[in-house]
Design a protein around this ligand. Sequence first.
Ligand code: C2O
Ligand code: CU
Length: 490
Amino acid sequence: MPISRLPMLGRRFLMLGGAAAFSATGLRPVPAVARAADSAVSGGSTIRLIARPGRAALAGPPHSEPETTVWGYDGRVPGPEIRVRQGERLRVVLENRLPEETTIHWHGLRVPNAMDGVPHLTQPPIAPGESFAYEFDATDAGTYWYHPHVRSFEQVERGLYGPLVIEERELPRTIDRDVTWVLDDWRLLEDAQIAGGFGNAMEAGMTGRVGNTVTVNGRVTDGGFAVRSGERLRLRLVNAANARIFGLVFEGHEPVVVALDGQPVTPHAPEDGRVVVGPGMRVDLVLDMTGRPGARARVLDTYYAKLEYRLLEIAYGAEPLRDRPPTAPIPTLPANPVPEPNLARAERHAVVLGGGMMNHLEGALVDGRWLDAREMMRRGLIWTVNGTAAAPGVHVHEPLAVLRRGASYLLEIRNETAWPHPMHLHGHSFRVIARNGVPTRHREWQDTVLIPRRESVEIAFVADNPGDWMFHCHVLEHQAAGMMGLVRVA
Ligand code: C2O
Ligand code: CU
């Protein structure tokens, strides 16, 4: 539903490849090839990253590649996959060679506040030509990612993001291959360049910026994702899109969810066989390759009704790895040292998400001042958290709540808007304990929770990480249009 409300993108967005391949909204239903990010860098020593313009092969044929101008870490999309072992210390020096300020936020990692990468709040923004050294311990194993927190709606959209994998101290033994798919979508013009209009207010009040070209690890091609019969894969999905929600179906296969947002979960089949990944979120799957040599199977994205498309094709090689996938049960990953909230003693807080198109908003508090809806609109503000809208680009706010360090909290987040919101809390992982008042089956740990329109969730966590932490929607246009606040742990 949300995508069909997008204004028509117009013909210039629909020119890549055969016209039949496009829906009226400019969604581009094309196959993509997947390759693991081809440049893992590992910890132990200092990792150097340069944020700079570069060129990438996003559009695929018939464009000669690579020709899309992007901003990327080391000029590439996605940026290098950072891989370290749990317990190691990670030191990353970022050099800014962009034409504007930037930072890196380590999405999902429970880092010390000063390393969180939020401009003005936790560090001065890194000016063009300057560098900043990030250093912290890799406490929790799992799948994470990194991206800027300065004008994210444009910087992430131009390609600044990369996967970060923290390996378990002991790797799960029955896994044959560990693969990362970073999912993103782009709005490309017919010359394969990224369309402007970042943070467009009209879109910001609805779905956010949804693109017309979907990539896996920065590629769209007709090649398949190569596998072998009998293999058992661990597939790490990262949604780096500004606004697109993915709902992946692996035809003929039975993916098992083993981790969400980096944190282990009781292995289980996804609801309705569909793996839903909202912006900012990660899902780790174990996938048994049960097909025959030479077989092909489609991976479809069916999240938006009537806008299904084939994301890519799984292509079995001629040589099987073994006769059938391992019969050993799918391993439960070892728990991370996340403190368990005490629900009996947890203090309850309500968080209400408001605003957006299709809702009547009278106004909101902005920087402590009441602005009516008209005045808000003039400043590009459309969304609220507890009646407050965060001024664009400003990360320093009066806290929504001040939490006592070490105490347990239960937040009931009510989405009173007509759009889904993936809400992200920095510095902590929380348990999702209920949806619409009904206890969740897996009490999953997350750092980003997708809340459908007009629904509610309850999350619980121990406020054990001191500092000021952002709490915002990860639809980056929503974040920029006010849906952000700050939680202080003191
Ligand atoms: Cu992934 Cu505050 O962001
Ligand atoms: Cu949102």
